[in-house]
Design a protein. Structure first.
Length: 85
């Protein structure tokens, strides 16, 4: 079973804050800087914690720390996507 996959733009100076808060929730999500110079992060979220992840992300959106949160197909399910990273 694969995680739910999201990408979002994060306010670059506040990236440390967003990732620290997410990491404080044990096993809620795994984040990774996909394009750090553009502030694009990717998130792998287990199905069981998706509702909590979205609650936190909605808070960040309200505070202007995160924009353009979108759920996409999990790039790890496509073997070509992994090879072409």
């Amino acid at each position: 079973m694969y995680c739910i996959y999201y990408q979002a733009h994060v306010n670059i100076p506040q990236t440390w804050f967003v990732t620290a808060i997410l990491r404080s929730f044990e096993h809620c999500s795994f984040d990774r800087a996909l394009k750090p110079q553009e502030g694009i992060l990717e998130f792998f979220v287990p199905q069981d914690t998706n509702i909590y992840f979205l609650e936190v992300m909605n808070y960040f959106i309200e505070k202007g720390l995160v924009t353009n949160l979108k759920q996409l197909p999990n790039r790890l399910q496509d073997s070509q996507a992994v090879v072409n990273c």
